[in-house]
Design a protein around this ligand. Structure first.
Ligand code: SAM
Ligand code: SF4
Length: 329
């Protein structure tokens, strides 16, 4: 098992399939984009599947989420998902995506074995979408969401990050939209993971503010059980349920004590935390002929060193060198 020294067990593996993206969300990357990882450094499909297999067969991974950068840009994604679905015991397979291209891919991905999906959608206004992401693609995202439902992927979750002065007035309209379409909305507090290092605590829209913005229009009651477990979102019943909304207070209501995640970057580095300042290379040893057992041992060591929390509130907090898009959100 992937245990750390604080007794947490990592069972949820997030694999970044690329650091590239076709949007430029300002909380993630600068308008001009970033220097993408050179192709030879990226794990091949076979390498991704080998590490996923080691995670599932030897290390107790039960859930695999593909992310990025934008994972739909990875050629052969349906094949990667199909191969993941053949691992035993079969892991739950999910995807975090901006949904551009999903209108075309939802069906093949579902047929390949994709169980669940999280789509990022921060605004319903085309002009705000363009300001926020530097691309005029809102219609593609909404079409992708609709296609996910039509393909039978369930649940379809929506992730929204609110930014002060940009889309913070849209909390209620985003919830209304998601309720009308049967999507489960979760708001995520903005974290200091942008490549530009522009995050400021005072600009962050907090979980409390999000709940306050929703409360004039919706009655929100904490969903039982109140125990969050490893799930980061605090879930609320909307107007008595069954509809729900989640709020992920990554910064103001951290859930590090219950974290069950471990990450693999697109270039084959294990990260035991989004905010880790160190990574453990699996690609190099793998390409030098390491056995499955040796790779598993390296992975175990990487997770054992996990720190108790992200420390954003510590005076000495340092943002990780890699931005969210390169780590895999
Ligand atoms: N491109 C895909 C997408 O946007 O869904 C997958 C990768 S993205 C890095 C994963 C998630 O991280 C998205 O929901 C995005 O909104 C979120 N994210 C990115 N930067 C963030 C930040 N600084 N704080 C909070 N969430 C962030
Ligand atoms: Fe791309 Fe996702 Fe980052 Fe937006 S949040 S720039 S869609 S990787």
């Amino acid at each position: 098992m992937l245990a750390d020294s604080f007794g947490r067990i990592a069972t949820d593996l997030r694999i970044s399939l690329t650091d590239r993206c076709n949007l430029r969300c300002s909380y993630c990357m600068p308008a001009e984009g970033l220097d993408w990882l050179p192709g030879p450094l990226l794990l091949t499909d076979d390498e991704v599947i080998r590490l996923a297999r080691i995670g599932v067969e030897r290390l107790g991974i039960t859930e695999i989420r593909f992310t990025g950068g934008e994972p739909l840009l990875r050629r052969g994604l349906p094949t990667i998902i199909a191969r993941t679905a053949r691992l035993r015991p079969r892991p739950e397979i999910s995807l975090t995506t901006n949904a551009i291209g999903l209108a075309r891919l939802a069906e093949p991905l579902h047929a390949a074995g994709l169980d669940r999906i999280n789509v990022s959608l921060d605004t319903l206004q085309p002009a705000v979408f363009k300001t926020l992401s530097k691309r005029d693609r809102l219609a593609d995202v909404l079409a992708g969401l609709a296609a996910a439902t039509a393909a039978g992927i369930a649940p379809v979750k929506v992730n929204s990050v609110l930014m002060r002065g940009i889309n913070d007035g849209e909390a209620a309209s985003l919830l209304r939209y998601c309720l009308a379409h049967g999507y489960q909305l979760r708001f995520i507090e903005q974290m200091p993971l942008d490549a530009q290092h522009g995050w400021r605590r005072e600009n962050m829209v907090t979980a409390d503010e999000i709940l306050a913005a929703l409360s004039p229009e919706f009655s929100l009651t904490p969903d039982e059980p109140a125990e969050r477990g490893a799930a980061p979102a605090e879930i609320f019943l909307v107007d008595g349920g069954p509809a729900r909304v989640g709020v992920i207070g990554s910064v103001t209501r951290p859930f590090c004590g219950a974290c069950d995640r471990v990450r693999l970057t697109a270039d084959g580095q294990v990260r035991n935390c989004l905010f880790a300042r160190e990574e453990s290379d699996l690609r190099g040893p793998m390409r030098s002929g390491a056995t499955d057992g040796e790779l598993a041992a390296l992975w175990l060591r990487a997770v054992a060193a996990k720190l108790p929390g992200h420390g954003i509130d510590d005076p000495g907090f340092l943002q990780p060198a890699r931005p969210m898009s390169a780590i895999g959100g």
